[in-house]
Design a protein around this ligand. Structure first.
Ligand code: PRP
Length: 211
């Protein structure tokens, strides 16, 4: 973990686009993030940093085990994974909500079936309310589940609300507010404090400047 480039785990996909202006404002080298190729490991900052590209769900795992020193992850993913990590900075991007939703005007049964990509978050949410729910994991297109009888409710992220609206679903409760955070491996955060600070501090200023 010590020595060599600082390894930063970056989620592939849409959050990268929102991340780029922040990194640029922080004076960080974003070129390697957008190189048009399939390399999963890319050096930046003259070899002092390397980015590893992962599925968003895998970022906390790599950081928890020290395969990456820092990472970029949504609070929704962190709530579900419960990895043992630091979360030193909220980037204020990727803002959305984790909600319970269901068909408009539907009467919910006492033991609802709930489809979700976030089974632990959903199970905890209903357990806290004293509702005995049957949670069913689905990998995507979650809004479909109530439309075809797989589930009565869903727990999913809502950003604009367009997907819910276009599928005749409505928000019933908010489970958590979500944004994108910088996460850090606990050991690396101490052992590589100076290198991590050199990234975090300009990023923090970029975030504050954006607010
Ligand atoms: C996410 C989420 C919702 C949608 C919410 O899905 O699961 O379906 O975005 O956004 P909105 O409120 O702005 O409509 P994603 O596009 O990641 O695809 P998925 O269904 O494959 O998870």
């Amino acid at each position: 973990m010590t020595g060599g480039p600082l390894t930063v785990a970056v989620p592939k996909g849409r959050i990268l686009k929102a991340l780029a202006p922040l990194l640029e404002r922080a004076g960080l080298d974003v070129g390697p993030l957008f190189a048009d190729d399939r390399r999963l490991l890319r050096e930046a900052e003259g070899g002092r940093v390397r980015y590893v590209f992962l599925k968003p769900d895998d970022v906390p795992t790599y950081v928890e085990y020290g395969a990456a020193d820092l990472g970029i992850s949504g609070r929704d993913t962190l709530l579900e994974k419960r990895a043992d990590l630091y979360t030193p900075l909220d980037l204020g991007i990727g803002k959305c909500r984790l909600v319970v939703a269901g068909p408009r005007g539907q009467k919910v049964p006492d033991v609802p079936r709930v489809a979700t990509k976030y089974p632990r978050v959903a199970a905890d949410h209903f357990a806290k309310k004293g509702v005995q729910a049957e949670v069913i994991y689905v990998g995507g297109s979650v809004e479909l589940a109530p439309l075809v009888g797989l589930a009565h409710l869903i727990v999913d992220v809502v950003e604009t609300g367009k997907t819910l609206q276009e599928n005749d679903l409505e928000v019933m409760e908010t489970v958590a507010e979500v944004s994108t955070l910088v996460i850090a491996n606990r050991a690396a955060y101490k052992l590589r404090a100076a290198e991590i600070r050199a990234i975090l501090e300009p990023l923090r200023r970029a975030v504050e400047g954006a607010g």
